[in-house]
Write a protein that binds this ligand. Structure first.
Ligand code: NAD
Length: 288
């Protein structure tokens, strides 16, 4: 079968022909989103973005195993405006449209405030907040011109730390808090253009970003106390919600945050503690 026939054949199997860009999709949550999109058969093309080509190309190969959509790897550092602009331009040149942008790339660093340098601040803000701003701005220029279907959809991967303050993570929590207002403001500005903008805010998810939970039993135990559902989340559980929000089932949802955290934002310390009876609060007099 020649390439053109193969492509026509593939596209005929798709339920729709959407084009999606997922930033930072060489591993972790971004990779899971890419694989979930591929399995959905809604996408004719996926753009896998990462800073290193080889890692991005590996994910391209994996998406092609799920569905023969026209995935490509586009290298780019989202902390750089010029890279973000090129990422969007190359996508449009290759596929003529952008239906979905997932701003997923993110970094964090554990540092007390007094040891956080201005460079640390800029490094984190530029990946976690400025990158989503520039990628969204550039994608929206394209989305506003689109017909059949009109508009598009942006998902920002934030964090429970857009709600819960996190000591030692001032630039990270500030970025994610900024994502909250950026999303709502864009959603309001772009609703008339049929561009929906939403947030998925994960709790503790098993990825490289949380390596310490894999290796440190004590840290895992401490974290589990904060999660009513009693376990760390899986990247696929974030990808499933992103998949829903980008689908037509979510056509009336914009400017919203979907927290996917096993209940972490329910303030578990106020919950029932089944491991204790009230006896220990009023010790019995052992002499009696
Ligand atoms: P991860 O470290 O496993 O993956 C991060 C991805 O972003 C990687 O592919 C990395 O290469 C990419 N990346 C980093 N800097 C980049 C840059 N400058 N340009 C392009 N790509 C870049 O992390 P993850 O857990 O998959 O995190 C994904 C998103 O989810 C992040 O925005 C993170 O803040 C958020 N999040 C994760 C958790 C969690 O528990 N894992 C919790 C809350 C929020």
């Amino acid at each position: 079968m020649n390439n053109i026939n193969r492509c026509v054949n593939t596209i005929s199997k798709l339920s729709s022909n959407k084009v999606a860009i997922i930033t930072g999709s060489s591993k972790g949550i971004g990779k899971s989103i890419a694989l979930r999109f591929a399995r959905s058969k809604e996408y004719s093309a996926l753009v896998i973005n990462a800073r290193r080509l080889k890692e991005a190309e590996q994910v391209v190969e994996e998406t092609k195993k799920s569905a023969e959509c026209d995935s490509v790897a586009i290298v780019g550092d989202v902390s750089k405006e010029s890279d973000c602009i090129r990422l969007i331009e190359e996508t449009v040149t290759k596929f003529q449209r952008i239906d979905v942008l997932v701003n997923n790339a993110g970094i964090q660093k554990d540092n007390p405030l007094t040891e956080t340098t201005l460079q640390d601040w800029y490094n984190i803000i530029s990946v976690d907040l400025t990158g989503p701003f520039v990628c969204s701005r550039e994608s929206v220029k394209q989305m506003k011109t689109q017909t059949d279907p009109v508009g598009g959809c942006i998902i920002n991967i934030s964090s429970v730390h857009q709600i819960i303050p996190k000591p030692h993570y001032v630039p990270y929590a500030t970025s994610k808090g900024g994502i909250d207002m950026m999303t709502k403001t864009m959603a309001l500005e772009l609703a008339a253009d049929k561009i929906r903008v939403n947030i998925v805010a994960p709790g503790a998810i098993d990825t490289d970003m949380n390596m310490s939970l894999r290796t440190g039993a004590l840290e895992l135990e401490e974290n589990l106390k904060k999660i009513p559902i009693g376990r760390i989340g899986k990247a696929q559980e974030i990808a499933d919600v992103v998949d829903f929000l980008t689908s037509s089932k979510a056509s009336y949802i914009t400017g919203s945050t979907f927290v996917v955290d096993g209940g972490m934002t329910l303030y578990p310390s106020f919950g029932l503690d089944h491991s204790h009876s009230s006896d220990h609060l009023f010790p019995k007099d052992s002499s009696r």
